[in-house]
Design a protein around this ligand. Structure first.
Ligand code: F6P
Length: 326
């Protein structure tokens, strides 16, 4: 394998707060180690449409505090085809890019894995998604900020819910993963969370109603993870309206507000550490791994493991929520 002299960096899939901190860290760590850096705009799309510019240290000044991604992002259909990936590879060659750092979620790292195999390109992945659904890292870049955005919203919803004695279903993001809903519920003191991971085992709503979750309260808030498996907040609200008309039910769908905002200290530090570690990995001739942090240690996780999509949710968290919401 040749020595890496130039690193390309891109953000892909849904943006996540802290992606800019990661771009800054990768860029600065690469330059510190004598590598050239090329910023690729709009994710894999920018490789195909040749939106690639050299990044110097100044390109990443004053961005650590910004939400979104200065490199922009996209979900790129062309890159899912061998023809599209060939065009992307040719652009890399033209620009002298000999290793790629991809910041994104499940789909983005799946793309990196296929690309790396097909064209023998060293790819390093950084877990960037609010969903926290990548295996091999305790948290992903953006998750903590999104969780805090959810808390801010639910605290406000609690004011009006209490004033009206209402039952609120609040839908949060997560794309088939319940981390935001479950931990958001614990941290906001919500009465319950409905998440896809446990959806097949029991009818969670029936369980909640049967356990009389409103008996000692004048308001109730249930966080629902968006997912085809849960059916979303509207689905549960309709059911309660039909089956338990005594409840005054309202729905709030938090939506993309969860993806924005200035990253928390946790996400900035996480992104900075992961970004610097990505360049360490490249210098050590690592390839085709995601960088994670587990138990406060940097770990290299093969793509195949990281994207298997089976990051477990601890049942203990479900029990904590249940115990504390009586
Ligand atoms: O993966 C991040 C995420 O925000 C998911 O939680 C959500 O399901 C999805 O992206 C929304 O995607 P889009 O912005 O393309 O609507």
């Amino acid at each position: 394998m040749g020595i890496v002299k130039c690193v390309g960096i891109l953000t892909s899939g849904g943006d996540a707060p802290g992606m800019n901190a990661a771009i800054r860290a990768v860029t600065r760590a690469a330059i510190y180690n004598g590598l050239q850096v090329k910023g690729i705009y709009r994710g894999y799309k920018g490789l195909i449409t040749d939106e690639i510019v050299e990044f110097k240290s100044q390109n990443v000044s004053n961005i650590i505090q910004l939400g979104g991604t200065i490199l922009k992002t996209a979900r790129c259909k062309e890159f899912t085809t061998p023809e599209g990936r060939k065009v992307a590879y040719e652009a890399m060659q033209r620009h002298g890019i000999d290793a790629l750092v991809v910041i994104g979620g499940d789909g983005s790292l799946t793309g990196a894995r296929i690309f790396a195999q097909e064209h023998n390109v060293p790819c390093i992945g950084l877990p960037g998604t609010i969903d926290n659904d990548l295996y091999g890292t305790d948290t992903t870049i953006g998750y903590d900020t999104a969780l805090n955005t959810i808390l801010d919203a639910v605290d406000k919803i609690r004011d009006t819910a209490t004033s009206h004695d209402r039952l609120f279903f609040v839908e949060v993001m997560g794309r088939d993963a319940g981390f935001l809903a479950l931990n958001g519920a614990i941290a906001s003191g919500a009465e319950a969370a409905i998440i896809p991971e446990f959806n097949t085992e029991v009818d969670q709503l029936e369980e909640l109603i049967k356990s009389g979750f409103r008996k000692s309260k004048n308001s109730s808030i249930v966080l629902v993870a968006e997912s085809e498996l849960t059916g979303g907040a509207m689905h549960y609200a309709e059911r309660v309206k039909n089956e338990h008309p005594q409840y005054d039910v309202r729905v709030t769908i938090l939506g993309h507000v969860q993806r924005g905002g200035s990253p928390t200290a946790h996400d900035r530090i996480l992104a900075s550490r992961l970004g610097a570690a990505a360049i360490d990995a490249i210098m050590e001739d690592q390839r085709n791994v995601m960088i994670g942090i587990e138990n406060d240690e940097i770990v290299y996780v093969p793509f195949s493991k990281a994207i298997k999509n089976d990051k477990p949710i601890k049942r203990e968290l479900v029990n904590v929520l249940r115990t504390l919401s009586i």
